[in-house]
Design a protein around this ligand. Structure first.
Ligand code: CP
Length: 305
């Protein structure tokens, strides 16, 4: 039995195979409509979510299965002090697979050690969010038509943004990928990503504070929210916050083929005037996330199409 806690647990071949399954689901949805008949997915969400929880649930319904779970810790026995380990053991009696989001890093891993069914990490603190990365990879594959020969700009909060760390880890496995890391000094990519993934893997990257100076080079622009609460100085936040709000003006000079991504939710870091731009891919990302979760559920349950 296999769980998924971190994107690094999937080989490149497995990721490519999940993308191929997602593409096949998009082309032939009827083929998949009964594959999980009689199976149940439990969504254990100790933190707020719109996309991840609902897309997991939609994924299981579209595979013919059923869903149970909770969307906040307060409505579960966690509010009475039950441990994640005991909850995982308990839910294993009711469900065939678990998707868990938790504010504490490592909680889904603990659950996977005590559950007798596969556990999928649906986001744990600032640590990992592997199914968001699967959605991102599917988006890159479908929208760019390739996974190699890409210059990927990551912009905003690169320090705490778990989706950026996982994206860098996953895309570093493909050929001729270069990263442009755009952030204020306070929110640079942490050294374990810079040294542990980029430098140790010989992956080219540059760091800059100025999105305009690099816009024309990018094939992909992955936006994230600059979080006020992360700054030590309010003055510094106010000075920098607007530099990372994507507007039409900042897109001048960008490639026509640019793919603009964002894991969402968005607050104000992409102006709504961009939403109608054909290069805006963030709502496609939401949709592809459902298909990748369908593919992942099938893989972890060992169901062949
Ligand atoms: N991208 C993402 O994880 O969104 P939610 O927090 O709405 O699930």
């Amino acid at each position: 039995m296999r769980s998924l806690i971190s994107i690094e647990e999937l080989s490149r071949d497995e990721i490519d195979s999940l993308i191929a399954t997602a593409n096949d689901i998009i082309e032939n949805p009827k083929k998949y409509g009964e594959l999980c008949r009689g199976k149940k997915l439990a969504t254990l969400f100790y933190e707020p979510s719109t996309r991840t929880r609902l897309s997991f649930e939609a994924a299981m319904y579209e595979l013919g299965g059923n869903v149970l779970g909770f969307s906040e810790a307060q409505s579960s026995s966690a509010a009475k002090g039950e441990s994640v380990a005991d909850t995982a053991r308990t839910v294993s009696c009711y469900a065939d697979i678990i998707a868990m989001r938790h504010p504490k890093e490592g909680a889904p891993y603990v659950a996977s050690q005590h559950a007798s069914v596969p556990v999928i990490n649906a986001g744990d603190g600032g640590h990992n969010h592997p199914t968001q990365t699967l959605a991102d990879l599917c988006t890159i594959s479908r929208e760019m038509g390739r996974m190699s020969d890409l210059t990927i700009g990551c912009c905003g909060d690169l320090k705490f943004g778990r989706t950026v760390h996982s994206l860098i880890a996953a895309m570093s496995r493909y050929e001729n990928v270069k990263f442009v890391l755009i952030s204020p000094e306070e929110l640079r990519v942490p050294s374990y990503v810079r040294h542990g993934i980029l430098e140790s893997g010989g992956i080219p990257y540059v760091e800059t504070r100025d999105i305009r100076e690099v816009m024309g080079e990018l094939d992909i622009l992955y936006m994230t929210r600059v979080q006020r609460e992360r700054f030590f100085s309010e003055e510094e936040y106010l000075r920098l916050k607007d530099s990372y709000i994507l507007t039409k003006d900042k897109l001048s000079g960008a490639k026509d083929s640019l793919c603009i991504m964002h894991p969402l939710p968005r607050v104000n870091e992409i102006s709504v005037e961009i939403d109608d731009d054909p290069r805006a891919c963030y709502f496609k990302q939401v949709l592809y996330g459902k298909y990748m979760r369908m593919a992942l559920i099938l893989m972890l349950l060992g169901v062949d199409a």
